[in-house]
Design a protein around this ligand. Sequence first.
Ligand SMILES: Cc1cc2nc3c(=O)[nH]c(=O)nc-3n(C[C@H](O)[C@H](O)[C@H](O)COP(=O)(O)OP(=O)(O)OC[C@H]3O[C@@H](n4cnc5c(N)ncnc54)[C@H](O)[C@@H]3O)c2cc1C
Length: 322
Amino acid sequence: MLASHRLSLAWIGRGVEIERKFVPCTIKKGSEMIEMRYEAPRTLKAAVALLAAANGRAKVLAGGTDLLIQMRSGRIDPELLIDVKCIPELRTIAEEKGGYRFGAAVSAMELVEHEGLARMWPGVIDAVKLIGSIQVKGRATVGGNLCNASPAADSVPALVAAGALARIIGPGGRREVPVEEIPAGPGLTSLRAGEMVVSILLPKRPQRSGDAYLRFTPRTEMDIAVVGAGVNLTLNAKGVCSRARVSLGAVAERVLLLPDAAAALIGQRVDAAALERLAAAASAACRPIDDKRGTKEYRIKVAGVMARRAAQIAVKRAKGEV
Ligand SMILES: Cc1cc2nc3c(=O)[nH]c(=O)nc-3n(C[C@H](O)[C@H](O)[C@H](O)COP(=O)(O)OP(=O)(O)OC[C@H]3O[C@@H](n4cnc5c(N)ncnc54)[C@H](O)[C@@H]3O)c2cc1C
């Protein structure tokens, strides 16, 4: 990496303090020197215009905790970086229709420190807390975690279980999609050309609801999930589960929403037998790979265990016991 490129990364690190909108620099592409531009638009309209004009040669830059690593390793070499952290819609957390909408460029740490969000969606916040170290959480965003499309991203199964909706903007206007529709495979999203995620809505919760996210890693911290499991459920006044959503990460090419696992809970008191059926359905839905963190068989087994334990925590939260 060239000194001029490193210089531009230092600019990026200053986030909202950046005053210049356009920073040209030179990077090496094979044996060739190419010009890379850095822009920090202050409106959605300007960001969309830049993305659309770049014809796929631009990358959205949020916290940069995935993107800059990919650039350094030479996996990608965008000609334009569009830093979205100066756009108000991407930087705010606000109540909406009894739930919360947060901007795609709100940092993980800002989400963790938001008391209202943590009270309403503790499972989602548990997942966000797992993203890297304190320093990483100071930069990383949930929008980036989602759009990086790693099958092992921690916040994504929790958002999917929560029934979160992503607001997308692009040359064709705005649209809202369930979060599970965005990851399409490792490093791939369903976003159309020139589109970006603006914000994510965590919906209002009925009474007696609880959610939980658990991940299994070989190390206790700073590791990638072998399995991540999210459960979100609601109990009726008699303690019977009336609604449930179950999701798994790191056991397929993208996050999975598991209707069969949810069906094992709905209409039940979430007793040992229901939890056993939930675990079996979760394991049955996995289509994992073997890697150094675990074999297929191991992941399939652990997925059932994690889903069952996450459901137990979600039930306790729904009953107000924790
Ligand atoms: C040391 C370390 C430890 C980590 N540990 C974990 C962990 O435990 N769990 C975990 O899940 N992750 C972990 N990560 C990965 C990383 O921190 C997360 O994926 C992070 O949430 C990405 O967010 P970002 O804002 O940094 O994204 P960026 O790096 O800025 O962007 C990531 C990708 O998403 C795209 N993008 C970003 N925002 C948008 C948007 N609004 N619209 C469209 N596309 C967008 C970018 O173009 C890029 O392709 C770790 C990373 C590091 C460096």
